[in-house]
Every structure is written in structure tokens, then in C-alpha cells.
Design a protein around this ligand. Sequence first.
Ligand code: DLL
Length: 427
Amino acid sequence: MYNSKLEKMPLEELRALQNDRLSALVKRVYQTVPFYKKQFDAIGLQPDDIQTVEDLSKIPFTKKTDLRDNYPYGMFAKPMNEIRRIHASSGTTGKPTVVGYTQNDLDVFDEVVARSLACAGARPGMKLHNAYGYGLFTGGLGMHGGATKLGMAVIPVSGGMTERQLTILQDFKPEVMCCTPSYAQTLSEEFAKKGIDTKTLAVKYAVLGAEPWTEAIREQVEAGLDVAATNIYGLSEIIGPGVSQEDVEEKGTGSYIWEDHFYPEVVDKTTGLPLPYGEEGVLIFTTLTKEAFPLLRYWTNDICSIDYDKNAKRTHIKMSAIKGRADDMLIIRGVNLFHTQVEEVIHQINFLSPNYRLIVEKKGAMDAVTVEVETIQGVEVDNEELSKQLHGKIKDTIGLSMNIALKTPNTIPRSQGGKLSRILDKR
Ligand code: DLL
């Protein structure tokens, strides 16, 4: 464990620390970020009204549109001469979201990524093959800083140029790799195509995130690359990667949120009311320690649940795997649909690979979804039995009738290095 004092801090102490940090944060943002002063004044809320995390629900949410309205630097709480780095995340529409870091923020970033890497199995002295993109995206530089802090040697490969990735993975002998889960799929397939036995590689751990993924992909990647794969979650607005991380010995039980820095809530996506632990809703974060770009109750739009795990090694709360982003949710004939739900069904059926995408089209007045999914090597695509099986299982578990198009291996687009979109919306 990278920082056992904090990662195993008794819950009462952790809560006291969060409360102290929260009340200081609220005072700070009220004085330094005009957006927050206006927001508080409008509802007659005083910074002193917020003393504990239970008071958080008095504060309105901060949404992506608020960040856009204050583009590029309007939400910064520190003058530019104290900013040491700027990142941005490109949205699907319009201007990017710009985020800034003081030196202290960068130190926190390194700390949470170092914790995350250790949690994933990495140790000082190991080498990290870092295939997250370097640049404005927080993935590359974020993982880089944390790995350095942990005492690893970083190989800053960045995303893309798959041939070169394969060479480096073989020759530089990294014990740990990190990239998006869809790119890990690509890498594992490329090794297979070349007939290279991945058991001969040194790599043991893969730290995968930046997009939703399920056990289907974990299975493919773990078998294909001969690694233990864990989930890392984060978003630029909150810090970047390292907001939460799954422990390699507790796979499938959720990812620890480093809640001494990021206070989580889950709320109902329509009413915004806080939900009990274990219930699925929108994930909200308050950045307890951020200086340059502090956020109160930031609406991530990511759907998951949070809960404490009494059998876990650490005291911090865990979040379930993200089902999807609320704005990527499809509403098909009145039924809410995330692509990860289809991924889970595909996983239950032999002879299908987790290479798939959903095509959404208008058929007359109705929306229709076609699941394009590749069969595994050697299984014919005109296998009606298989199509029927997938159609039936989707109907039973999701409640929608979808068209099924079985595809031969290597015909559906792959990740070329970054996040992969698994939905093609033609409407
Ligand atoms: O994707 C930060 C990151 C880099 C995380 C590397 C993990 C690894 P953004 O580009 O701002 O930042 O995108 C953030 O990506 O709100 C989620 O919707 C999605 N996301 C990130 N990690 C996961 C994950 C980075 N593990 C947005 N599972 C978030 C599911 C994820 N979705």
C-alpha cells in the first residue's frame, strides 16, 4: 500500500478530515471564484452554513455547462502565476473544458496515481509502459507523474503506433502497462495475430480506464496479454486518472475512491436527491483539496453506485464500474440503454467475442438497434442459432428486441490508441 496511514484511516478520522477540508474549501471558493459567490448569494447560503459533508446537499450542483460558461479560466481560484499546468478535455460539441493545477495540485495528482498504481499491483523498481495519450488529455502525464512518485521507471510511449507498442512491450520488458481497455484489446489481438506468446512478456499488471468496460473485456485482455487487469477511473475536472482504483486482489468488488481528496455522492439523475449507498445514480464529486480548480458537487454524468466494503483492505468507499455516461444513454422505444449492458450479455454467450458496436437508426417512426458482434475464430457468421440466442438473451435481460448482425473477426473498428466509441448513432 502506498500510503497506508491515509488509505486505512479509520472512518471517523477520515470524516473529520473531510469536514475540516470541506469547510476550508467552501470559504476559499466563496472568496475566490465569482461563480460560487453568485451561486451562494442567490440562495442566501453562507460559507459558514457548510461545516460537514452532511451539509453538502444545501449546495447546488456544478455542471459541465457552468464550466463552459466560464471558459477558459473563469473557474480558476488561483492567479495564473500560481498555475503550473493546464489540461483540457475535448467534449463532443463545442469548446473543450479547461482545467488548471498549482504545484500542490500536481503533488496531490501524483499521490493519488501512486496509490492507484500500487493498488493495481505496481511496485517501486518496476517499469511502466504508459500508453495513455500525452498532451492535453490527463491520462499520459497523470500516470507518468504518479508512477515516478511511486519509484517506477516510466516508458512514455503514448497512444497509437501499435507496431511500436508491441516491440517496446517485448524488448523493454515493462512489468506494468496502462492504456484504455479497448486499446488493451487491440494490443492483445495484435500479439495473437503475430503468433507471439504473451507469456514470454514481463508485463504482469494492466491498469485500464478512461472509458466504460465490463468483465467481458477483462477476460479477453487478461487471457490475451497474460496480465491481471484492474480499473482506474477519473476525469479531468476532478484531477484526471486516479480518482478511484480497483485493487488487484479485490477484482470485481469496485474501485476505491481516494475520499480524503475527492468526496463522492450518488444522486438520482432526475431529482438530484442523494441516494442511499448501493443505489445507482449520477456520481458527484467535491474536490476537498484542489487549489487551482476546486469544484463543489460536480455532476460527472457517470452512472454507478458507491458503498463501503467491510471485507476490504482499505477504509475508503468503493464505486461500482461505470455503466455509462448519462448523456451517452440511449433511449430506445422508452427503454434506457447503455452499451455496457449489451457487452455483459455478449459475455454470457460462447462463440462471441467482445468486439461489438451498436448501430442506432430510425426505421419509420421507430428507433432500431443493430448489434454488430464478431464471432470468435472458426465460428460461422450465418449461425442462426447463435443470433437467436443473443437476441433472446438481450430481450430477456434488457427488454428490447434488437437486430443481430454476426461479423467475422477483425471487421469491427478497433481502438487505435485512445477511447473507442461503441455506438454509431445514424439518427
Ligand atoms: O479519461 C481520465 C483518465 C485517464 C481516467 C486515464 C482513467 C485513465 P476525461 O478525458 O476527462 O478524463 O474523461 C473522463 O471518462 O467522466 C467517464 O465518463 C470516463 N471514464 C474515465 N475512467 C473511466 C473508467 C479521463 N474507469 C470521463 N470507467 C469520465 C468508465 C471512465 N468510464
